[in-house]
Design a binder for this molecule. Structure first.
Ligand code: DGY
Length: 329
């Protein structure tokens, strides 16, 4: 790690673990938002104006507003793999490096996807609420019946690292794996995941369980709406581990109410942390508060990787996870 003659200024926009703060304090002067709440866009813009680097999470939008007065900013390091909170084109124009935290969260997030799938298919939260409410009087043959996971077909939309890790878990359950991705995977990866490439429509029609793991872009906003839900089997489940905006939540609520699909599991929401009230009313859905990567080990690894990226950028070294690579060439 390099030392600086004059310590650069770093905005830490959200609470981080103490060991991360200690690392940063060794090399920088820190402006720390130690409050549990994110900064407002106006506060973020004001505090980012005077710093050389910023450490942020997916809750901070880094766009023209945030960067309006950022004249010395070199790098914004995201403690997240997804970077839809970054306006990459604008950051590149302003010559601000953008970094994220891939790989360290792959398996933890894949576990979460599988957990949501199992909980949705087997009605775990629905039956727990029912039990807690005192409704369980007798075991019954037809009580709380779900749908099977083992030896069914999983359709994975977005076959990056996390999608592939989910496919490998699915194989252990004897599942058939089909996938859709913007680009078809190389043959060796398809073979490793025993996954067959299909069109989006084929996937929605054939899968018993649909898993969304792709990055969120303008192009896939509300990709799963009424038409797509209508293509799915009435016994199918839908899991969204990616970003809320990919699913039209009102269409999903209708599909769940009308039993167009069997159930759903969501970790992400369009207006999070605000939840569409309709989602809270349907029983056949499992709702988690964006905790895909939330284990201590993984969140620590994400924080340290984000700090590595930030320090590299400040030291004029190429950050490991540079997104706007053109700034380096
Ligand atoms: C990620 O890393 O993208 C997670 O969704 C947390 O934001």
């Amino acid at each position: 790690m390099s030392t600086f003659t004059v310590k650069p200024k770093v905005l830490v926009a959200r609470q981080i673990f103490p060991e991360g703060l200690l690392r940063l304090e060794e090399v920088a002067q820190i402006d720390y938002n130690d409050q549990a709440l994110p900064l407002t866009p106006a506060e973020l813009s004001q505090r980012i104006a005077g710093v050389d680097a910023a450490l942020v999470t997916g809750s901070e939008r880094i766009d023209a507003t945030a960067l309006a007065n950022a004249n010395q900013l070199k790098i914004v390091s995201n403690i997240a793999v997804g970077f839809n909170n970054f306006d990459i084109a604008f950051m590149t124009k302003k010559k601000v490096m953008a970094t994220n935290t891939p790989e360290v969260l792959t398996d933890t997030t894949a576990d979460m996807g599988f957990m949501l799938l199992m909980a949705a298919a087997r009605r775990l939260t629905e039956s727990e609420h029912w039990l807690r409410a005192g409704h369980w009087k007798n075991w019954s043959l037809a009580g709380m019946m779900g749908v099977d996971i083992h030896h069914t077909t999983i359709g994975i939309m977005g076959m990056g690292r996390i999608g592939q890790a989910i496919a490998k878990r699915a194989l252990a359950f004897g599942m058939t794996v089909i996938y859709y991705n913007r680009r078809r995977l190389p043959l060796d990866i398809e073979q490793e995941c025993q996954a067959r490439y299909v069109s989006q429509e084929e996937l929605l029609r054939q899968a018993d369980h649909v898993m969304l793991v792709m990055p969120y872009t303008q192009e896939n906003h509300h990709l799963i709406g009424q038409t797509e839900l209508a293509m799915m089997k009435p016994t199918a489940t839908l899991v969204n581990l990616a970003r809320g905006g990919i699913v039209d939540e009102n269409a999903l609520i209708e599909a769940l109410k009308n039993k167009r699909i069997f159930s759903a599991g969501l970790d992400v929401y369009e207006g999070e942390p605000n939840i569409n009230p309709g989602l809270l009313e349907v029983p056949n859905i499992v709702l988690a508060p964006h905790i895909g990567s939330a284990t201590k080990k993984t969140r620590l690894a994400m924080m340290h990787l984000a700090i590595d990226n930030l320090i590299a950028g400040l030291s004029n070294q190429r950050p490991l996870n540079l997104i706007n690579e053109e700034l380096w060439t």
